[in-house]
Design a protein around this ligand. Structure first.
Ligand SMILES: CC(C)(COP(=O)(O)OP(=O)(O)OC[C@H]1O[C@@H](n2cnc3c(N)ncnc32)[C@H](O)[C@@H]1OP(=O)(O)O)[C@@H](O)C(=O)NCCC(=O)NCCS
Length: 351
């Protein structure tokens, strides 16, 4: 029977003899057994983090090939970025993994609310996986969050608990960890987390051959309304500090005869995903139809109209998300020709 000599990694005596023979014959690099150093973020780290990010084989919802200045602008330049919340795993001085933790906002979204701690990212270089590095990065992130007062710990950022990575992970908005990143679910489950929210990711191709939905109601709404840019759309500090860093525009459907908006939406540029998606996309978020005007086709008409307009700017893809628990949001996206292509999950540490 194989008796483990290490209870954590189940390394047996046979494994030990096999590895020592391979090493003595020079078949493996001794780095396999190098000590991992864990430390907090240093100013010189972004190029190394980005190299690792690009090599981590992330799924369709991660922007690849980012420049350091983009990473700085979206992550490091956040006023609440705390070097102690970003933990790096280094092997022989080389970054092989990192985790990043932060906090959700307070009730009026004017400052951080440390009660809700979020692990926004954890990744380990493919050649360093399944050695417990990811586990250690998560445990250290949890310690950091507790030390700053978090009583609830989530993994995967989703609005409003998404302090970092808007615009470079998740697509049009943060949606937890995406199912297309297949290791995330078994990994967090193993670490004692349970899924607590699901966000559905919808896309609509706007390229050649994609047709707009048609119908008498749409024609009627189009005849009586027009699309306009909102010059003043006050957003909270929390919104501005994340989406305000992307190219954002606020649009509304207003009656042709004048009056207040019937429906409104924000549009963000997703050019950072061009390398991953192979096409230019926009994100649609915060679709809101005033209560008295619901179920009259204004939400659908606004989505269709925005997609029609952005096509003229060579945009070939639109993405929007909806919580799985919101059937109205799902239905309006489907009515405007969007199809579900992925889903994201937020996990919460049990106990
Ligand atoms: C998820 C990730 C961080 C795990 O890092 P890791 O260092 O390999 O994780 P660990 O070695 O600590 O794994 C702990 C346990 O998690 C589970 N686990 C980890 N990766 C797994 C996978 N690919 N499939 C199934 N279970 C997995 C296993 O139960 C594992 O224990 P075991 O090795 O004893 O079976 C790593 O796979 C990764 O970087 N993936 C790409 C990035 C990513 O998707 N991050 C989440 C979104 S940002």
């Amino acid at each position: 029977m194989a008796v483990p000599v290490c209870s954590r990694c189940k390394f047996t005596l046979t494994d030990f003899l096999w590895w020592s023979t391979r090493l003595s014959l020079g078949l493996d690099h001794p780095k396999t057994f190098a000590v991992i150093e864990y430390r907090q973020f240093k100013n010189s780290d972004p190029p190394h983090i980005l190299r690792m990010w690009n090599e981590c084989q992330l799924g369709r919802s991660a922007a690849i090939g980012l420049r350091c200045d983009e990473f700085d602008e979206l992550i490091i330049a956040q006023t609440y970025f705390d070097p102690a919340g970003m933990i790096l795993a280094c092997q022989d001085g080389e970054v092989v993994g990192f985790s990043h933790a932060g906090f959700g906002p307070n009730a009026d979204r004017s400052a951080l609310g440390n009660d809700d701690g979020v692990i926004c990212a954890v990744m380990v270089h493919p050649r360093a996986r399944r050695q417990g590095i990811g586990t250690e990065l998560v445990r250290r992130a949890e310690q950091y969050l507790r030390s700053r007062g978090s009583s609830k710990i989530f993994a995967g950022g989703a609005d409003p608990r998404d302090p970092f990575y808007c615009g470079i992970y998740g697509g049009s908005q943060s949606a937890g960890f995406l199912m297309s990143d297949v290791a995330a679910e078994p990994f967090f489950t193993k670490l004692g987390y349970a899924a607590c929210e699901q966000h559905l990711v919808f896309q609509r191709s706007l390229g050649v051959g994609s047709a707009d939905p048609v119908g008498a109601r749409l024609v009627n709404v189009r005849r009586t309304t027009r699309l306009t840019a909102l010059n003043h759309d006050p957003k909270t500090w929390w919104w501005q500090t994340r989406y305000g860093r992307l190219d954002a525009m606020h649009l509304a459907l207003v009656p042709r005869t004048g009056g207040t908006p019937l429906a409104r939406i924000s549009v963000v540029g997703l050019d950072r995903y061009v390398t991953t998606w192979g096409t230019r996309g926009i994100g649609l978020l915060g679709l809101y139809v005033s209560e008295a005007n619901r179920q009259k086709g204004y939400g659908q008409a606004l989505l269709v109209e925005v997609c029609r307009r952005v096509r003229d700017d060579m945009v070939q893809l639109a993405e929007a998300h909806a919580p799985k628990s919101d059937p109205a949001a799902i239905a309006v996206l489907e009515s405007a020709g969007f199809k579900q292509i992925d889903a994201g999950q937020v996990y919460r540490l049990k106990g």
